[in-house]
Design a binder for this molecule. Structure first.
Ligand SMILES: *[C@@H]1O[C@H](CO)[C@@H](O)[C@H](O)[C@H]1NC(C)=O
Length: 315
């Protein structure tokens, strides 16, 4: 093997989203705001659910888990990116880069599985309402939340171990705002064939399994909703899953566009836009989509704000 042009890379350069100073300022403000909205919004959901005993039902516990994954997901990439803009430094150490990659995979994958679990929950609630409490007993619910976290760590570990075998030559510039798997594979000068293959196969199974579950649930849900004779009842049943459907479409639309295709077949911008959408935008949207249309959630939030005097001006 030719060792001539092979140097050990100790750090990477993250080019970020733009190289123009003016645009960077705008990006800083925009991403800081989105990040704060994500943390506050999802944080309030977790608190509201945790403190309201009426919301200790499977649906809300899954939602709290999703909120936690959302906060974590943007926390893996956004703070580092903001710091790099602020300090005008673009570097990230090799270890930081690999760690960032690991956690970004964990949280995207766990989001994926949790959306599947939530679809299953709605399916049981609407299509087998009488057996709901029997099917969704507490041990099974714990299993339904532990499995996504466990599996997502396995997936991330697989990708990270494979990526740590890659050799990086003189090139260490990543045209992205965090160490995502795809741009890292592109950058490596060793043969990333296996990595690409594993990324494709694992990505395919990680996406199709929950997606099939979601599709299956919705076929049944829509069939049952259409059977409800009163318009009011139809609307009520549909509104509980309409918000879930919105998130699902938003999430899968972007993830399929970016992760299903090998990195070399689409331009770098697609990677970046996709990554912004599902590590920054979807996590920010989830609290709004789930809570603002949901009466119980709104009630719990109002109670939380009033009782705890979080925002004296609001209450
Ligand atoms: C996630 O779900 C489990 C069980 O369903 C629950 O015990 C736990 O509190 C949830 N996590 C969060 C952060 O709410």
């Amino acid at each position: 093997m030719n060792q001539g042009n092979q140097t050990t890379i100790y750090e990477f350069i993250l080019l970020g989203l733009s190289n123009q100073v003016e645009k960077e300022k705008l990006i800083f403000v925009l991403f800081l705001s989105m990040y704060l909205v994500t943390v506050v919004g999802n944080g309030l959901i977790i608190l509201a659910i945790g403190l309201d005993i009426h919301l200790h039902t499977p649906m809300y516990l899954f939602l709290a888990n999703l909120s936690f994954a959302d906060i974590s997901s943007s926390s893996t990439s956004v703070p580092k990116m903001l710091m790099n803009i602020q300090t005008k430094s673009q570097s990230i150490s090799y270890e930081e880069c690999i760690t960032q990659m690991y956690f970004s995979i964990v949280f995207v994958v766990v989001d994926n599985f949790l959306l599947g679990v939530m679809a299953y929950d709605r399916f049981v609630a609407i299509c087998h309402p009488l057996n709901y409490t029997i099917i969704m007993h507490s041990r099974f619910c714990v299993l339904l939340t532990v499995c996504p976290w466990f599996l997502s760590n396995i997936v991330a570990l697989t990708h990270t171990l494979l990526a740590s075998q890659l050799v990086f030559c003189n090139q260490n510039t990543i045209p992205h705002f965090f160490c995502d798997l795809a741009p890292l594979l592109k950058l490596s000068c060793s043969d990333a064939m296996i990595n690409e293959l594993v990324k494709f196969i694992v990505g395919l199974s990680v996406i199709t399994f929950p997606f099939a579950l979601i599709l299956f649930s919705y076929v049944c849900i829509i069939r049952d909703v259409l059977r409800i004779s009163s318009r009011e009842g139809k609307w009520k049943a549909f509104s509980t899953c309409g918000s879930h459907l919105t998130v699902v479409i938003l999430f899968y639309g972007t993830i399929v566009g970016v992760y299903f295709f090998p990195s070399s077949t689409h331009p770098e911008d697609t990677d970046k836009i996709g990554a912004v959408l599902f590590t920054v935008v979807t996590p920010m949207m989830n609290p709004f989509i789930y809570s603002l249309r949901n009466k119980d959630m709104k009630g719990a939030l109002r109670k939380l704000i009033n009782e705890k005097h979080f925002f004296p001006l609001v209450s």
